[in-house]
Ligand binder design. Structure first.
Ligand SMILES: Cc1cc2nc3c(=O)[nH]c(=O)nc-3n(C[C@H](O)[C@H](O)[C@H](O)COP(=O)(O)OP(=O)(O)OC[C@H]3O[C@@H](n4cnc5c(N)ncnc54)[C@H](O)[C@@H]3O)c2cc1C
Length: 568
């Protein structure tokens, strides 16, 4: 017998982008919703993410002046990156749904987006690619709107913030970069720091949120506003099934049951934090560390399979890759730093293998860098693929390197714990990295040979708009190329990690979980990183996991709402 207080129309597992989107839409459509979150915080990996959303032809994307997108261009581009995607039902559903979903959020909730004036797709050589007009970011969010619930929201990754929780908006980054060069920037940085100091005293954390933390904060504000019952620290042990095998509730560890008359949505963030599943489904050369938040252990996958659902491996790899470096923070926690956009494309960095040789254009997308490292590993020996990122003292001062912040803010600690290796000259660094004698000097000398002219004849850094966008526009003539010449020199070890799962539960275009025969399981839905990615393990551009998470969370809720109305 279920207590009346535990009777709901919909139960959603997981308070990230997918789960909160589904919960908010279901509640807005008049359903009684319970949102269960396993950890003590809402937000999941979404709260740590860049918050970019790939949403071609959506209303905010159309606001981007000077760029006119077309369905044909989008389809041709996707077909180039994800062969077979043209007309594929779930891909078509995503492209049709994402504009509607974002309009819906804009109309009914605090979840609002704005276009980026520029953010190129990752494969600039492909037909239909764009340099702008497809990528959105969440509007910044003042999290004091959450009132007493502010403490529920997962903090941003400390490595992506100043003083661990001061988030810096994209438009303010240049002021930090120029703080000692321009009086205006100095003044602006001073004002931002004073504002943060006040917030720290008043609320115990920075409250001006941007990027993924703003998205998670906005979604959570919408959850609260919609009157959704939120329970944190809850672990589901079983799905319950009623007549005709319909999933109609969940059982928590400890035996308490919660009914879900119309359906259960799985949105637990995928499996890549689970070492056993990593070993089973990810490429052999991948490292053991995921950049995802702590909850991503594959619970949704286990629950779906227990109800007859199936896990689907994707054609081109079961995870979205990124080079990651890791270290232990002063508080003892493990940091897995994804080298996505902050360092690899900046001028004056190269990556070398265990022979001290370059093997790739380091400025390509994080996913392609991961692939290149994995395929290089096959010829290069070590069981787990790894490489060294190499830079000089000018570079690390200007841009930082991995978890090292610009202006050497935390250098002493990172050198002391061995995360950042420092060599007084290249020969010294070569020894510290245990590379063949002379190899690093040869590689750097070869790279430097053309670097002053902005050329990289070996790998072509800065060869397209995406790479140049992530370089340094002040660095002429090539935003991605500068000599490596000012001692001391630095290195960080990177291995292949991931940002999210790509393989996942088989679902249809309405996010319904499918069984082995291709029939949907009544009452069971999955979205976000729990569902198999429509991109088949490919990474066309920024935001290709959050876009589908929002779209398929929306579809799940709309499908439940319309089934409910039809049944009445
Ligand atoms: C550093 C970084 C940057 C990224 N940047 C971007 C970006 O800019 N754009 C983009 O598209 N993608 C980005 N990604 C990937 C993106 O963040 C994820 O794909 C996305 O957040 C997944 O959303 P989700 O809702 O599926 O899962 P999550 O946001 O992880 O939420 C899942 C939630 O479920 C909870 N949970 C787990 N198990 C259970 C259970 N049994 N019961 C209840 N709750 C459970 C988890 O604790 C978590 O809170 C980035 C990833 C990283 C690591």
């Amino acid at each position: 017998m279920v207590a009346a207080s535990n009777e709901f129309d919909v139960v959603v597992l997981g308070a990230g982008a997918g789960g909160m989107a589904a919960a908010v839409v279901a509640a807005t459509e008049g359903l009684k919703v319970c949102l269960l979150e396993k950890t003590e915080h809402v937000g999941g990996t979404t709260a740590w993410s860049g918050g970019m959303v790939w949403a071609p032809l959506s209303s905010p994307a159309k606001k981007n002046a000077g760029f006119k997108d077309t369905k044909g261009d989008v389809a041709r581009y996707l077909e180039g990156v994800v062969p077979g995607s043209r007309g594929e039902p779930r891909m078509a559903a995503f492209l049709n749904t994402i504009p509607n979903a974002l309009d819906y959020f804009e109309r009914h909730t605090l979840v609002k987006f704005r276009p980026l004036s520029e953010y190129p797709d990752y494969y600039q050589e492909l037909d239909g690619c764009s340099v702008s007009g497809r990528v959105l970011e969440p509007e910044p969010f003042n999290s004091t709107n959450l009132g007493a619930h502010l403490r529920d929201l997962r903090l941003p990754l400390p490595e992506f913030a100043l003083f661990s929780d001061m988030m810096v908006a994209r438009e303010d980054l240049s002021h930090f970069q120029n703080v000692f060069r321009s009086i205006r920037s100095f003044g602006k940085v001073g004002a931002l720091l004073s504002r943060y100091a006040y917030q720290k005293i008043r609320w115990g954390r920075g409250v001006d949120l941007v990027l993924g933390n703003a998205l998670a904060g906005r979604l959570y504000a919408a959850v609260l506003e919609a009157g959704i019952t939120v329970r944190m620290g809850e672990q589901v042990s079983n799905l319950q099934r009623g007549g005709l095998g319909r999933v109609d509730g969940v059982e928590l560890l400890g035996g308490e049951t919660i009914s879900a008359r119309q359906g259960v949505v799985l949105a637990t963030g995928g499996f890549t934090g689970n070492l056993r599943l990593r070993e089973k489904y990810l490429a052999q050369g991948m490292g053991n560390y995921s950049a995802t938040a702590p909850g991503a252990l594959g619970d949704g996958l286990h629950l779906a399979v227990s109800a007859g659902g199936t896990f689907s491996q994707v054609r081109d790899g079961n995870a979205f890759l990124a080079p990651v470096s890791r270290y232990t923070r002063p508080d003892g926690s493990l940091a897995v730093f994804p080298h996505t956009v902050s360092d690899r494309a900046k001028p004056g960095l190269i990556a070398v293998d265990n022979r001290g040789e370059r093997f790739v254009n380091e400025a390509i997308s994080y996913h392609e860098f991961g692939r290149a490292l994995l395929s290089h590993q096959n010829t290069n020996g070590p069981e787990k693929a790894f490489a060294w990122l190499i830079a000089d003292s000018r570079f690390v001062w200007e841009y930082g390197l991995g978890a090292l912040k610009p202006k050497n803010l935390n250098k002493k600690y990172l050198v002391a714990i061995g995360y950042l290796l420092e060599g007084s000259n290249l020969s010294d660094l070569t020894q510290k990295l245990e590379l063949p004698p002379g190899s690093l000097e040869d590689t750097v000398s070869c790279y430097n040979g053309s670097a002053a002219q902005g050329l990289d004849p070996q790998f072509g850094r800065g060869g397209n708009a995406y790479e140049r966008f992530l370089g340094d526009s002040q660095n002429k003539p090539n935003p991605c190329v500068a000599p490596i010449q000012r001692a001391p020199y630095f290195a960080i070890r990177v291995e292949v990690g991931d940002l999210a799962a790509a393989g996942g539960v088989n679902t249809d275009a309405s996010s319904r979980v499918m069984d082995e025969s291709g029939n949907f399981i009544p009452g069971l839905y999955a979205c976000g990183a729990d569902a198999k990615s429509i991109m088949e393990g490919n990474y066309p551009g920024p935001g290709i996991t959050l876009g589908p998470a929002l779209a398929f969370g929306f579809s799940a809720a709309m499908n439940i709402a319309s089934s409910t109305k039809n049944a009445c």
